[in-house]
Design a protein around this ligand. Sequence first.
Ligand code: SRM
Ligand code: SF4
Length: 778
Amino acid sequence: METSTATRIPTAAHEAPSAESAVKRSAVEGIKENSRQLRGTIALDLVNEADHFSEADKQLLKFHGTYQQEDRDARKTRRKDGVGKHHMFMVRCKIPGGRLTAKQYLAVDDIAGAHANGTLRFTSRQGIQFHGVLKSQLRETIADINACLLSTLGACGDVERNVMACPAPHHHDGVHAQLQETAKVLAAHLAPRTRAYHEIWLNGQPVGESASEADVEPLYGKVYLPRKFKTGLALPQDNCIDVYAQDLGLLAIVEDGTIVGYNVIVGGGMGMTHGNANTFPHLGRPICYVPAQAVVGAAEAVVKLFRDHGNRADRKRARIKYLVHDWGVEKFRRTLSDYIGGPLHEPRPLTVSDFDLHLGWHPQGDGKCFYGLSIENGRVKDEGSLRLRSGLRALVERFQAEIRLTPLQDILLCDLPADAKGEIDKTLAEYGIPRPDTLSNVQKHSMACPAVPTCGLAISESERALPNVVDQLEIELKRLGLEQERISVRMTGCPNGCVRPYQSDIGIVGRSGDKYTLFVGGHTVGHRLNFVLKDLVPLNDLVPTVLPVLENFKRDRRRDETFGDYCQRRGAEQLQALLPSKTPSTNGAQEGVLKARKDTNGDTHHATTPTSSQGQGAALAEPETRAIPLAVPEPKVTSIAPIAIPRSETIFAGPSASELRDYSFRHNSDGSVRETVVYFYDGDLRAAAAQRGAALRRKAVYSGRANPQRLHEAIKRHDTFYAGSAGHECRNRRIDYLNDGQVARTIVFYYEGDARAAVVPSGKALRRQVAYAGLLPT
Ligand code: SRM
Ligand code: SF4
């Protein structure tokens, strides 16, 4: 591909801090400057006996692609036992456009087993993370990653991060390949050049293309960027990368089957801090158009502008989005034109119109096919009957498939023979991996960040909490007949927004322990921000809280209106009026949210007065961008009233007046759950799916608090089978299980006249029960 870099861009300004940043620089700036190009004392620390690094090195390690973390699950017990933190490391691979060869995938899978916690984590930026790496394994881990020609350099830190691009391997025309190639070129062009990385992790031996590079940072200088910088490339008809969430988004302009140029969109970013109204999610703004051959130069110019003008005093306000917001588009454009060295073209009147998950079986256009698999929250592991990691490995080994990771934490197996589908489906079944067509829409459109136990910034659970929320939503959406809707649900354990929750139809953001801020009104296409529906919603109340809004959407929606469109049309105040008045978060803090939102709302428009185009879900020339003010007060800790301990709790499903028991928790006297009972009706159906008036057919009892939506993970104690019509069901037999799932015994029940349940008239008393070893046929 022909590329050129802008030659008249200033190069020296970054060595001297600008006037505004000279005032007071943050501590991290000093660490970077004195690090000798990111060396610090990492090499020395690496060989000492401690299980962690010094504070300064901790900052520098990020640039090398690793974060020092601790096992937060173990924190409490270790504190009690008087032992310190259990330190461990997250290691992140930077994979432009999410593309790996089969060999690289298999190597990465080996590394997960050899050095990490046996899992892989596909990220929301098409990267791969390892968790639980010990310091003693760190060098080997990074060396092994480099040995398969992947890198961790610049995966984190104040530099250009992983460059995203739509990963679909469509070869029907050259557009996707061109986009992916540009991502690769940009990633190489904007990568840090320091040799510290090779010295520390690869014994000074550079590998691959870096061998000839000198140890200077022509782009970044000594202090690198003020903060992270993220670039992504999208096609208008498929904004799977969320182009408006990028520091630098490049929206391709396609003419006659080729990309002729890009709209340059600057200033996207999700991160914010609770209680700090100066921080907010922000969608990128279209700045200019550049021809395809000038895109690398334009990207370099934007990075240099950020390097020289970004805020180096306050890291919370250092992202380029604050420059765009504070300066406004016109000043930003003028300044950028100085860096580019000439007047800028107006952006083309174009925006995004759709979004593709890329799941399932698709022809590539070159005689081969690809298969997109949905990976729940990007976590690849073997657990119980779901042997995802082994199954993926088996498929990659068998087909030597090229791999592409998607921005929704999913995987595409590419270059498959056209007749491979049957064998793939068989392998998926063998390893217990669900085919995408068997998953609900809401599951496929959901994402969660890792949060606890690895993320040091997490306030609340996310990856471990979302599956339950999605399961509950699935039931409700099915009940409402909305299961075919594309409703995206994104959850994060803190407001940093690592899975871009402020653009989704439903956003769930960790606020305080098990309480979350609930957002609605985004769109799968990613062209607008959502708004607060309710703050401080306990985890268990998330679905019940959004339910009245879903019910009203079902009733009042306009033709072709998405859930997010509907929420925007109705606006926050009307939707909040639908919520049950007596809920845990109807308190001062909630009022604070709403008030703060009103007071500070309004980058461009008010959330409750949507533009006319919103209702129709029309494509907009400018993204609907505004700050989401969340200057919420910290949650108030109030005294806790004595709690009555329940003996049991039963959850029902089904329409009013025909509710059926779905599951119950039976409690011990200390309030802990002794067992979970799940009810099955005619056809072995759960309450939500059963017909009105269905009879109870089975009661399954599980140890402790089982997740009623993930029963395959629970330990079953017994099944009791019933016979008879609804309202007159009698126990027929019971099967008791051992801990390993084997049948221990069968108990058969006999009623007056020694009759079995199927024939006994209603009201007859139980007279006899006989236990048999093992399984007795019905
Ligand atoms: Fe993120 C910090 C995980 C994508 C905004 N992010 C973190 C850290 C490293 C926590 C830390 O600083 O100690 C998390 C590591 C957790 C762990 O245990 O693994 C973390 N971020 C992730 C990943 C793995 C989430 C995922 O579920 O996939 C994503 C890795 C992407 C990658 O491969 O590079 C990830 N993070 C994002 C995104 C989404 C995106 O880039 O499209 C965002 C929002 C966009 C943005 O940058 O604004 C994002 N992460 C943040 C922020 C907020 C930055 C800000 O401007 O305020 C932080 C905190 C920070 O940097 O101080 C953060
Ligand atoms: Fe951690 Fe917050 Fe990012 Fe989740 S959103 S991974 S909790 S920083």
